[in-house]
Design a protein around this ligand. Sequence first.
Ligand code: IMP
Length: 180
Amino acid sequence: MKTINEQGYTFQEWLSPEQIAKDVQQVADRISEDYKGKEPLFVVVLNGAFVFASDLLRALKGIHCDVTFTRVSSYSGMASTGTLDVIVPLQKSVKQRDVIIVEDIVDSGLTVNRLKAELQALEANSIRVATMLFKPNKLERKDAKPDYIGHEITDDFVIGYGLDFDGYARNLPAIYKIKK
Ligand code: IMP
């Protein structure tokens, strides 16, 4: 098993690039099926989701779609701060659109819940969530369960494939779990 060091911590490879590609394709196939004949608007949550989003959108089949970005922050280091700062506001109208929020990971669900509430207030027609990773044990509200999940994960901290550790490691092509 491949291990790496990041800022004094050891991380072990957990999902290989090949496994990630399979997970992404499975999500893309479900979205392609569910949104046949529709024109969804993907709202990509920066920074972490940019890697997943770029693979996901290119893996869709027969879908005419639109994409926009927002940036929010609820994390510092390895812990959620519990508050959500909107750093990059939405640049596109979501009114009457079928929106798919694209996340790198849903942990407590706080980030995605706040975003959903915001999009609802802006009168989106429908809102679903696609995430590469989901930590079911940490979910604070059951209604925040994502609609499309690449892979479920235990409570461990992970990096790579868009996920960072204080800004680093987003560029790793595999996903690594912290070694205790
Ligand atoms: P939530 O609001 O607790 O669901 O956290 C969502 C955000 O926290 C994600 O978009 C990530 O940016 C960050 N996050 C949560 N867990 C991890 C992790 O294990 N590694 C890196 N970032 C994480």
